[in-house]
Write a protein that binds this ligand. Structure first.
Ligand code: SF4
Length: 860
């Protein structure tokens, strides 16, 4: 291992060689700073400093300062212990009612990230004009001034030529300061092309809740009051939302509720559950249909929410149609239609044939789950829904919450509490004719085309199709992209078939990447800008829900920025705006100057003031006592800053019953809301809903299109050639894929059940391994129709026979001396996305990563 690290060190030194020659004075400063980081342990921090920060009090050496973690999408409020300007420890912020002082294992890796000696330290520019994976970019250091002047010149060139729609902004991890750069800057320059990462996250998860209960967002779950928790392809103790909170209360949840986990792999949560249902990948919808069927046949639906037959006699008899007139619904719409169109024939035996589970287990889970109503959660994660037909699986799994009356109920599934942050000032008055014209062009990701309905919140063409933007760029369809800025994203690693992104990014003549580390995406950039770390160096805020509350938690620079890092969403756009102003285009700067400090009434005069004032502007309703609307009350900005977090009022249970944002205001088993959206999309394209569904690879026809229903999985690869279904999963230690240069990631990798420290393993059931002659430790190649990777075989009973499971996160060929085996050349382990084809759940725009492909495994 040491040899490998030394080898990579020399590659990194090569990567920075020109920078050493051209920036001697900076190197002096940087090496001094790096020295301090190394004193803290560098790649292997010692725990001495951390010991000093033990206990609850601030102690004599330093102080706890509030901030926020974005190591995953839980967005926990944190406190950082700072000694002499050094961050040495993180813990949960006890002031948050969402994560209630809790943290998770991966939060601590933030310390290794911020002091990572392989961070981008200063702006750099590419000197090799050729772009490609095998082309060393030959980056050299430049000043911020040179970097910003170059960027401004490129943008002005587009404006001069009336080509502003050829500008693109790509967004990865963001805070709610995002609109400064993502929305306002893109609009004022004059482009429609602000492309977020959302569709590679879990958008299909939102599809089911929206088209049943009118809620397009992630849910929170009242686990401590639940009596049954049925979890679909989510791993709340490792990698879903509110990992800190659920880890803290899971003991109580287990005491009060039965827990069943549906997933082909034994996850961290499944290992502690009462039932593990190792479903055949892609067959979750069959299981959900059988559970719904059983609940209705057994008369276990929650009558207070759904209603009942007028005469009290249960007519849900297997195979028999029911007269709609005989049922009086309360807070739902279309339960009998749902039965007649979908459920009446979906008995447990039917589901057992498809899911590979036994009829006994399916019946037992269905009955126990139904008996627990209304405190019976159906928790829908990414597993069953980030699939080609996942939108409908999202609907049918979530619809179980309607049957059991768990929606908006104690011990059930909850929406978001109210919060009162403000939008930034509107950009309209600062958009000139060039901008208005440019903005009208079609977006590069093709949303809204016939084959991409992408229906966010009932509006066709409103959801992003992140991964398809690569094809838009490659094919110059609808137009070429000439200038692009991206921040905290790594689409060349984190999207299915990332090789397409390598070719697409190579095609963009001028690409800027704002990033903490030189990632696969950075390799194709013309300018690299060093980004501030979200937890330690940035002003910002995020919102999150959990535990029946919503919090708005602040990020603040708890230490001075390392090296020359600047804040992506505020400081950098301000600096670009200044440069555009120098070139005669003042609109962006004029707009930013309207973000006035609410305390002093002053307009910002520099990037640092802008970063702070814009945050105070957005959060004023939370900290200004004169503007208080609800939740925690503060005496002013400093009071809020010290606490670090605002908490909402507690959750108002059952307030949305018959007051949902659906067409009928009810929980829709027959979705009038989806019907309207699909018909609108069909009408726009002069065709029928059936034609749209066929074009988009769905099986539903007629009225089935508007109900939660089962669709067969759509998986690439012929079974004879590719005998295993590939199962991708996430790690307890992946900080959104940015853990790859942290030693602790590898030291503790076996926190993920079945995984091994300092290795990248594919988990294969011993029954299968014997058949193909594999043993633990064998080097293997896994191949799908769209790519191949190499890694290590691990025989493990915790994976369903016929599948192979591998954790996402390794396989970087850049990012740092530890992340790659040989920086710029040889990956460490394999990137799961190399196996996964670029396919979509076209109704939500989501990228597919589950039940996506079959693979074959060979010894190498
Ligand atoms: S990594 Fe996620 S769960 Fe852990 S502290 Fe950070 S935001 Fe919270």
């Amino acid at each position: 291992m040491k040899k490998e690290k030394d080898k990579n060190q020399s590659f990194m030194n090569g990567f920075l060689a020109d920078y050493v020659l051209t920036r001697r004075s900076f190197m002096k400063k940087a090496s001094a700073t790096t020295g301090t980081a190394v004193a803290l342990g560098g790649l292997r921090p010692t725990f001495k400093a951390l010991a000093a920060a033990g206990g609850d009090s601030a102690g004599e050496m330093g102080e706890w300062i509030a901030s926020t973690c974005q190591g995953c999408t839980s967005w926990c409020s944190k406190q950082v212990y700072v000694i002499d300007g050094r961050a040495v420890k993180v813990r949960g912020n006890p002031n948050s009612k969402v994560n209630v002082g809790a943290g998770c294992p991966r939060s601590h890796l933030g310390l290794q990230q911020v002091y990572d000696p392989d961070r981008i330290k200063i702006p750099m520019k590419r000197t090799n004009p050729k772009k490609g994976r095998n082309e060393d970019p030959k980056f050299v250091a430049i000043s911020w001034d040179e970097a910003l002047n170059t960027i401004a010149d490129q943008i002005m060139e587009l404006r001069k030529n009336n080509e502003t729609y050829k500008y693109m902004l790509m967004r990865g991890r963001y805070s709610y300061m995002r609109d400064v750069l993502y929305d306002r800057m893109t609009k004022i320059i004059g482009s429609p092309n602000n492309i977020s990462h959302s569709a590679i996250c879990a958008e299909a998860e939102k599809f089911g809740p929206y088209y049943t209960e009118g809620y397009w967002n992630y849910r929170q779950y009242d686990v401590t009051n639940a009596r049954y928790i049925l979890i679909w392809g989510a791993d709340p103790l490792a990698a879903n939302r509110q990992v800190s909170y659920y880890s803290k209360v899971w003991g109580d949840a287990i005491s009060g509720a039965k827990i069943a986990v549906v997933e082909p792999r034994l996850s961290a949560t499944a290992a502690k559950a009462d039932e593990w249902l190792p479903v055949q990948p892609g067959q979750d919808g069959a299981l959900a249909a059988a559970i719904a069927h059983t609940i209705l046949v057994e008369g276990l639906w929650y009558k207070e929410f759904v209603g009942d037959f007028s005469d009290g006699q249960n007519r849900f008899v297997p195979g028999a149609e029911v007269d709609e007139e005989t049922f009086e619904e309360k807070h739902t719409n279309g339960v009998v239609k749902w039965w007649n169109l979908e459920l009446k024939d979906k008995a447990v035996e039917w589901a057992a044939e498809r899911t590979g589970l036994t009829p006994e287990q399916i019946r037992r889970v269905a009955v126990e789950y139904g008996n627990a109503a209304p405190h019976a959660i159906s928790w829908v994660g990414g597993g069953p829904v980030m699939q080609v037909r996942g939108g409908y699986t999202s609907m049918i799994c979530h619809a179980l919450n309607g049957l059991t009356g768990a929606v908006d109920n104690v011990g059930g599934t909850l929406a978001s509490n109210k919060e009162y942050t403000e939008h930034f000032p509107k950009p309209d008055d600062f958009m000139d004719e060039i901008a208005k014209k440019g903005k009208k062009h079609e977006k590069i990701d093709h949303r809204g085309r016939k084959e991409f309905p992408a229906i966010n919140s009932g509006k066709p063409g409103s959801a992003v199709i992140t991964n398809n933007a690569a094809d838009g760029i490659l094919n110059e369809d609808p137009n070429e992209i000439k200038v692009a800025i991206a921040y905290m994203n790594n689409f060349a690693f984190s999207c299915g078939q990332p090789e397409r992104w390598e070719r697409a990014l190579s095609k963009i003549p001028f690409l800027v990447h704002i990033t903490t580390n030189a990632s696969e995406f950075s390799w194709f950039a013309d300018i690299l800008l060093p980004d501030a770390h979200h937890m330690f160096e940035k002003w910002g805020y995020v919102k999150s829900i959990g535990n029946g509350y919503r919090h708005v938690t602040l990020m603040q620079p708890v230490i001075k920025p390392m090296w020359e890092a600047k804040i992506d969403e505020t400081e950098i756009p301000w600096l670009i705006a200044e440069k555009l102003n120098e070139r005669g285009f003042s609109n962006l700067l004029d707009h930013y100057k309207t973000y006035i400090d609410p305390e002093t009434g002053k307009e910002p005069t520099n990037a640092q003031e802008f970063a702070l004032y814009s945050l105070k502007y957005a959060t004023q309703n939370l900290w200004d006592p004169a503007k208080h609307k609800g939740g925690d009350k503060f005496n002013g900005w400093n009071d809020f800053l010290k606490a670090g977090v605002w908490n909402s009022d507690p959750y108002p249970f059952r307030k949305r019953w018959s007051n949902m944002k659906t067409k009928t205001k009810k929980f829709e088993f027959f979705s009038e809301t989806l019907k309207e959206a699909l018909e609108k999309h069909a009408e726009t394209h002069g065709t029928t809903v059936d034609d749209i569904l066929e074009t988009c690879y769905y099986q539903a026809r007629g009225e089935q299109a508007f109900i939660p229903h089962y669709e067969e999985p759509y998986t690439a690869g012929d079974e004879a050639q590719y005998p295993f279904v590939f199962v991708d999963h996430k790690s307890r230690l992946n900080r959104e894929g940015r853990s790859a240069n942290c030693t602790w990631y590898y030291d503790f990798k076996d926190l993920d059940p079945g995984d091994a420290n300092w290795d990248d393993v594919a988990k294969i059931n011993p029954v299968d391994a014997v058949k193909i002659g594999l043993k633990t430790g064998d080097a293997i190649r896994i191949t799908s129709p769209s790519g191949s990777i190499t890694c290590t075989a691990k025989l493990w009973e915790g994976v369903r026979p016929g599948t192979v499971a591998k954790c996402f996160g390794q396989g970087h060929w850049v990012y740092g001396r530890l992340a790659a085996k040989e920086f710029g050349k040889v990956p460490r382990g394999g990137n799961n996305n190399d196996l996964i084809p670029a396919v979509y759940d076209r109704l939500s725009g989501s990228t597919v990563r589950h039940a996506a492909t079959r693979v074959k495994i060979e010894k190498v």
